[in-house]
Design a protein. Structure first.
Length: 74
């Protein structure tokens, strides 16, 4: 959660700002700030979702191996 998280958040803010510039080259400071905040928060939400999706798979793997060992022992 150290420097990697900060880099991800900064990259999200930068990407959102560049996307806004592509859509509206004359966007004001307020719009650019809002886009940066949205990109920053969007990266946080995306990271949380990806972590949640990867956790159940990690939990399921040890259970499956324990069941396989139980079947082999019978």
């Amino acid at each position: 959660m150290g420097i990697e998280k900060l880099v991800e958040e900064a990259a999200g803010a930068f990407a959102a700002d560049k996307a806004l510039e592509a859509v509206d080259p004359n966007a004001g400071l307020l719009a650019k700030g809002a886009a940066a905040v949205a990109g920053f928060e969007g990266v946080n939400k995306l990271t949380d979702v990806l972590e949640e999706k990867s956790e159940p798979q990690q939990d399921a793997a040890p259970d499956a191996s324990a069941n396989d060992q139980g079947d082999q022992g019978s």
